[in-house]
Design a protein around this ligand. Structure first.
Ligand SMILES: [Cu+2]
Length: 200
């Protein structure tokens, strides 16, 4: 009887190890993309996200600063559930409010201080400052963990995707783009071009 028990323990251990190894070998792929826009400066700060995978709620914490009288970054994609800490690196006081969604106003605070807000609903939330009316940033809250923002050359990369067919949706503060579909294969980088045009 004792021997049987040990056999079960050994068999379970072997099974667990095998499952662990299989998991480690599970391959993912990536999407390497390029934003195409008629005006070069519009290639930057486009948010590309996967529509049909990776949905859920994050507990991530990220920062948005106010420095040199601008929000940094100007465009911030996050997954639903993420907490954003708004910091102030300027000698002047700054405020943060949004006219969108829950329409919060976090108040006005000096350098070194900060405020936090947890975004629980998907959507585009403009970030504005009552002290400086030309300041603006965009927090784009997504349902998925798979998102990227394009750099100044329009390049972006989505990594760690299980093989499959994906639909990519793009957000840009001034321009629009049609959704595109892309096939991801394990260990490969699928290439995709997304062309921006008039917002629909
Ligand atoms: Cu301000």
């Amino acid at each position: 009887m004792l021997r049987m028990k040990w056999l079960v323990v050994v068999a379970l251990a072997a099974f667990t190890l095998g499952a662990g190894l299989a998991h480690a070998q599970e391959k993912t792929g990536e999407i390497v993309g390029s934003i195409v826009a008629p005006v070069p400066k519009h290639r930057a700060n486009a948010i590309v996200h996967v529509k049909n995978a990776g949905s859920g709620t994050s507990t991530a914490k990220v920062k948005m600063d106010q420095k040199g009288l601008i929000f940094v970054p100007r465009v911030l994609p996050i997954q639903k559930g993420t907490t954003v800490e708004f910091t102030n690196s300027d000698p002047t006081g700054h405020n943060v409010f949004t006219p969108d969604g829950d329409k919060y106003d976090l108040g006005t605070w000096p350098k070194g201080d900060s405020r936090k807000y947890t975004f629980t609903k998907a959507g585009v939330f403009r970030q504005l400052c009552r002290v400086h009316d030309d300041m603006i940033a965009f927090i784009v809250v997504l349902d998925t963990k798979y998102f990227a923002v394009s750099d100044k050359n329009g390049q972006f990369k989505l990594s760690g995707l299980p093989p499959g067919d994906y639909t990519l949706s793009t957000w840009h503060e001034k321009l629009g783009a049609s959704d595109v579909t892309v096939k991801v294969t394990a260990g490969q980088a699928a290439k995709v071009d997304i062309t921006l045009g008039a917002k629909k």
